[in-house]
Design a protein around this ligand. Structure first.
Ligand SMILES: [Zn+2]
Ligand SMILES: [Zn+2]
Length: 319
């Protein structure tokens, strides 16, 4: 008998991890570039930015390959949900030796080739992939094949392209379509956050949310307004303020000072024609009121209506 079948959840979970790992690499590059940008502006050498991204090329290509791997696993997960036997490729002659005599793990069997996955998926699943997805997937597959089989000096991927690959994939396959929820789950289980000693610290979440707000700022800067709207429901060109909930969590970091406020991602925004604001990281909603902040020296006159937090200094006014 064949044993140890993977489930749809196993495949989906691994895909999500691949996407997050790919995202980590790209965000790290973008953040670092952001930091050095101010320094290279005065550089006596031309094309310093090109030099940076040229060196980042391999990381970006590897990140793209990881997205392609995630797509494959998502499709496999959907096929396994119909029947795991569909993933076994080849005729019985090519099956592992003695699999009819001993229990044999599923992983010992050859799995379907990547190029056949969409055909199998579209033959057995109720909803077929739309043409747009197939074309998109083809482009990703070409990049991946070049990566795996040759060294193509002309092959390059831009960081924002990789981010879009990741967001497109997650949006297509996940149920919640909320990428920052996935980020929170992933970062919450990162190696360092798995250490109980750290996890038990009262403010461990503060660092996680701070990281999320930082990457929010970096990726919103890199992506076009239409993509930011599509994937984060955030209007890049509309004014936004600090989310009081996210801000409160971040302010629990050791040595935090309200002067750091400026550097924290502003994720709280009023959508067109809506009275309420919402946060695209934690989904908090609320409104603002006009009232003078009572903190000494603060001239702010806008507070969050439900908690009294001042938009300018973060002080919580009594309501
Ligand atoms: Zn928030
Ligand atoms: Zn204030």
């Amino acid at each position: 008998m064949i044993i140890d079948f993977p489930t749809k959840e196993d495949f989906f979970k691994t895909s999500e991890d691949y996407l997050n790992s790919s995202w980590d690499s790209v965000v790290e590059l973008l953040s670092e570039f952001d930091e050095v940008l101010g320094l290279i502006e005065d550089s006596p050498h031309a094309n310093e930015a090109d030099r940076y991204w040229d060196s980042a090329k391999q990381t970006l290509i590897t990140s793209t390959a990881l997205v392609q791997q995630a797509v494959e696993f998502y499709i496999k997960g959907k096929i396994v949900d119909i029947s795991p036997y569909l993933l076994i490729s080849g005729n019985p002659q090519s099956w592992p030796k003695n699999c009819n005599k001993n229990d044999t793990s599923f992983s010992a069997f050859r799995s379907l080739d990547a190029q056949d996955l969409i055909k199998v998926h579209d033959s057995v699943c109720e909803v077929r992939f739309p043409d747009k997805f197939i074309q998109w997937n083809e482009r990703l597959r070409i990049i991946r094949n070049k990566v795996m089989h040759t060294v193509d000096k002309n092959l390059s991927v831009k960081p924002e392209e990789v981010l879009e690959f990741i967001l497109f994939t997650y949006h297509h396959f996940s149920d919640d379509k909320d990428w920052f929820k996935s980020r929170k789950r992933y970062l919450g289980n990162s190696p360092v956050n798995s250490i109980r000693h750290f996890k038990e610290e009262a403010n461990s979440n503060a660092y996680l949310v701070n990281g999320l707000l930082n990457e929010f700022t970096v990726v919103v800067q890199a992506l076009s307004p239409s993509l930011v709207l599509k994937y984060f429901n955030f209007e890049k060109k509309t004014r936004s303020v600090h989310c009081p909930d996210c801000y409160k969590i971040v302010s629990e970091m050791d040595f935090f000072d309200h002067e750091f406020m400026d550097g924290i991602g502003e994720t709280y925004q009023q959508k067109k024609g809506m009275a309420v604001y919402d946060c695209c990281i934690c989904n908090r909603t609320g409104t603002l009121i006009e009232r003078q902040c009572e903190e000494e020296g603060c001239e702010g006159n806008k507070l969050h209506a439900d908690c009294g937090m001042c938009l300018s200094c973060g002080f919580e006014n009594a309501l």
